[in-house]
Design a protein around this ligand. Structure first.
Ligand SMILES: *Cc1c(COP(=O)(O)O)cnc(C)c1O
Length: 228
């Protein structure tokens, strides 16, 4: 099936803007991975995106992610990124289909994801850039301890940090701060130099502050249907 022209236009537009933002930040666009967040959208959207060359997709709820990953298992080279809060008791199941978990935010989920069978998934420690514990992510004061936990856990390769910009205010200083937290992490884990940051409305600012993994939803997918 041919993907709708509208979707193709949005993919081209956003990828073009990502390229421009990278170049104006003096960065190589090839070092940036764009993850298209498909949450609440049907399986067909994932198929359409794949037909357009998208290979990294993201979801924030386990049940929905698992169902879509299973339903699209025939698509070559598709990688699933888990970007939402993960319940420890679902972690083992999520491990079966994810390439990466961007939302490692507490010991219990790290412990539940760990497995010593020779397989690995990528992990990002999610940091809360606000004072609101409801927004997800480890508090900055707990960052080093959580990093050490991930590093000590078999089967998870720590890649770096992840954060969502605060709802209010200029995202750029928030992403600059995230970059300083990334420096802190690299003191403990020098290889963990990736930064997962930037969404539909703030990816340019995130790229300017070193983001390597963008999580883009609506700018590419269009408005999300109501969650089911
Ligand atoms: C939904 C979601 C995104 C994408 O958001 P948009 O504003 O639609 O680009 C990115 N990151 C996380 C953690 C999300 O839950």
């Amino acid at each position: 099936m041919t993907p709708p022209d509208e979707l193709r236009a949005r993919v081209d537009d956003v990828l073009g803007r990502i390229d421009d933002s990278a170049r104006s930040a003096g960065r190589d666009p090839d070092e940036i991975t764009t993850i298209v967040v498909t949450k609440f959208h049907p399986e067909q959207l994932v198929r359409d995106l794949h037909a357009l060359g998208v290979r990294d997709v993201g979801e924030n709820r386990h049940q929905e992610a698992q169902a879509k990953a299973l339903a699209t298992a025939d698509l070559d080279g598709l990688h699933w990124h888990f970007v939402g809060q993960l319940q420890s008791k679902k972690a083992r199941q999520a491990r079966a289909y994810v390439r990466a978990v961007h939302s490692l935010d507490r010991d219990s989920v790290v412990d539940a994801l760990g497995v010593d069978d020779g397989t690995t998934i990528d992990g990002f420690v999610q940091v809360n850039l606000t004072d609101d514990p409801g927004r997800g992510g480890v508090a900055e004061s707990g960052l080093e301890a959580l990093v050490e936990r991930v590093v000590a856990t078999p089967g998870i390769l720590l890649r770096g940090v992840m954060a969502v910009a605060p709802l209010e205010g200029d995202p750029r200083p928030a992403f600059a701060h995230l970059r300083s937290l990334s420096d802190r992490v690299r003191r403990l884990a020098p290889e963990a130099d990736r930064i997962s940051a930037g969404m539909s409305h703030d990816f340019a600012e995130a790229i300017a502050e070193g983001a390597t993994h963008l999580r883009i939803g609506t700018a590419i997918t269009g408005n999300r249907p109501e969650p089911r």
